[in-house]
Design a protein around this ligand. Structure first.
Ligand SMILES: NC(=O)c1ccc[n+]([C@@H]2O[C@H](COP(=O)([O-])OP(=O)(O)OC[C@H]3O[C@@H](n4cnc5c(N)ncnc54)[C@H](O)[C@@H]3O)[C@@H](O)[C@H]2O)c1
Ligand SMILES: O=P(O)(O)OC[C@H](O)CO
Length: 471
């Protein structure tokens, strides 16, 4: 309704032109009028069914205005504009400094995949990025050989991303502090339970001018309450940190099957200027690939909340899948889950935007893909079918990888319990009770029945008050 309200003011009134094709607005829905939605065919008119007399939306006029707006916004590009797509980046950024040196911290399933993406782009953009990308690897022994040595000679991460060739400019580095030496951009990508230790080891080794992106999904719950991981990194290391999150199952991205993602970043107060510092265009150049389409926005909170909480919802999906309840049950879980995700965001991170949850890859799209084929859903399904607990399931299924929902549901529970709000998030609470207290998963429907509908603020003008009709 937000988009409908905005466009309704631009609509003209009058009769439909006889030659024009009419598209009933009610069929298109509010999303179809949003800026990022496909534009309807020229020459068609969208009828607005909402208020008599019948009004229409002139699509030709809309397309012209939209094109003009896009041209203007490209010409007057401002870094803070939300949802503005960053157009082509090649050869546009004039660098007034040395190329940015990039380090990826983490080498798991997603860590290695993102390192591959980044290393491909540093080769393609030598004016922007130093070609060598260091990837910090938590060293381990694989059949008597060090994992870093295997990666640096065979150019494959045989444990966490087997079968995928890695660029030769990607260098596995077992020393955390050495890997960040001289780095301008840090890409954090480890299971989030390991972040506090990593960050404490990095203290004193990272200059305040370094910029960072967190690809982690989860929260930090501590003395400061519930914290986004990007904020945690900023607080601990005193560096600006954004986030990358989207509908991105690592094995598919690694095989270069097309997907989308969202990067969110806010310029720091000490931003040095275009060509001198990391901004939206630099980040697009760093992460965008033909098979990995990036949209850069500034809603760090929105994409981080969606990314973390959908893992909890995915566990619930896995439970009902394991119980053999079918697609309807999974859809019901996702509907309720999305409501709780948005509610959580609006309640604890009011700066996050509701639109992010449905317009961005990091929102509902990530919820869908994670609930369809992610590790969380697999672990939960295994719990249901094999009668194992979450930790046994993770160990038996994932070969050292992590299902982050298992930890996130505990963090969320601890935070909500502190706020005495567990009853307001019955699905999140049900998942916690199943994973940690052995509550039967068959009880999910009763537990979530109490969910109050969540009201989203609407800027549609209020209807005229009705005059009371006297009998
Ligand atoms: N895998 C995906 O499809 C995917 C997609 C998007 C986002 N994510 C998110 O990305 C983050 C990283 O996930 P991942 O898939 O790369 O990791 P993963 O689940 O594959 O975990 C394995 C990694 O953890 C490391 N590790 C194990 N013990 C450690 C320790 N004590 N200290 C430090 N590191 C240790 C291993 O060395 C390995 O690199 C997570 O927050 C996850 O939710 C994952
Ligand atoms: O495999 P999962 O469940 O950790 O989910 C992976 C990603 O977060 C999907 O975007």
């Amino acid at each position: 309704m937000l988009a409908l309200g905005r466009f309704a003011t631009a609509a003209t009134t009058g009769a439909a032109r006889p030659s024009a094709r009419a598209v009933p607005l009610s069929l298109l829905g509010p999303l179809s009028l949003s800026v990022s939605a496909p534009v309807p065919l020229p020459g068609s008119l969208l009828f607005m069914h909402s208020a008599p007399p019948l009004r229409y939306f002139d699509v030709d006029e809309y397309i012209l205005k939209r094109r003009k707006r896009l041209t203007m916004s490209t010409a007057t590009a401002k870094h803070h504009a939300p949802f503005k797509r960053v157009e082509s980046v090649q050869n546009i950024i004039h660098m007034h400094r040395d190329p940015f040196k990039v380090t990826v911290i983490g080498s798991g399933n997603w860590g290695t995949t993102i390192a591959k993406v980044v290393a491909e782009n540093t080769v393609l953009n030598p004016h922007l990025f130093a070609q060598r990308v260091d990837m910090w690897v938590f060293e381990e022994d694989i059949d008597g050989e060090k994992l870093t040595e295997i990666i640096n000679t065979k150019h494959q991460n045989v444990k966490y991303l087997p079968g995928i060739d890695l660029p030769h400019n990607l260098v596995a580095n077992p020393s955390l502090t050495d890997s960040v030496k001289g780095a301008d951009i840090l890409v954090f990508n480890v299971p989030h339970q390991f972040l506090p230790r990593i960050v404490s080891q990095l203290k004193g080794h990272v200059s305040p001018s370094v910029r960072a992106i967190s690809c982690l999904k989860g929260f930090e719950v501590g003395a400061k309450g519930v914290q986004l991981l990007s904020s945690y990194i900023t607080d601990e290391l005193e560096i600006q940190c954004g986030a990358l999150s989207g509908a991105n199952l690592a094995p598919e991205v690694a095989k270069e099957h097309w997907s989308e993602t969202t990067v969110a970043y806010q310029l720091p107060e000490d931003f040095k200027g275009e060509g001198l510092d990391v901004d939206h265009r630099v980040l697009k150049a760093l992460f965008h690939r033909p098979y990995f389409h990036v949209n850069v926005i500034d809603d760090v909170a929105g994409i981080s909340i969606a990314g973390a909480l959908k893992n909890v919802v995915a566990l619930a999906c896995g439970f009902v899948e394991g119980l053999g309840w079918g697609n309807n049950a999974a859809a019901a879980i996702q509907r309720v889950g999305l409501g709780e995700i948005i509610k959580f965001g609006q309640m604890f991170f009011p700066e996050s935007r509701v639109e992010t949850y449905y317009q961005e890859s990091a929102g509902v799209a990530d919820l869908i893909t994670t609930c369809s084929g992610g590790r969380n859903v697999k672990v939960a399904k295994y719990m249901a079918t094999q009668n194992k607990d979450a930790f046994e399931a993770e160990k038996e299924l994932l070969n050292g990888q992590s299902a982050q929902g298992v930890i996130t549901c505990k963090e969320v529970h601890e935070w909500l319990a502190k706020c005495e709000l567990t009853e307001d998030f019955p699905l999140f609470e049900a998942v916690y009770q199943i994973v940690y207290n052995g509550m039967p998963m068959e009880q999910i429907p009763e537990m979530i029945d109490e969910l109050e509908p969540f009201e989203v603020e609407d800027d549609t003008p209020e209807a005229e008050p009705q005059t009371e009709v006297q009998a």
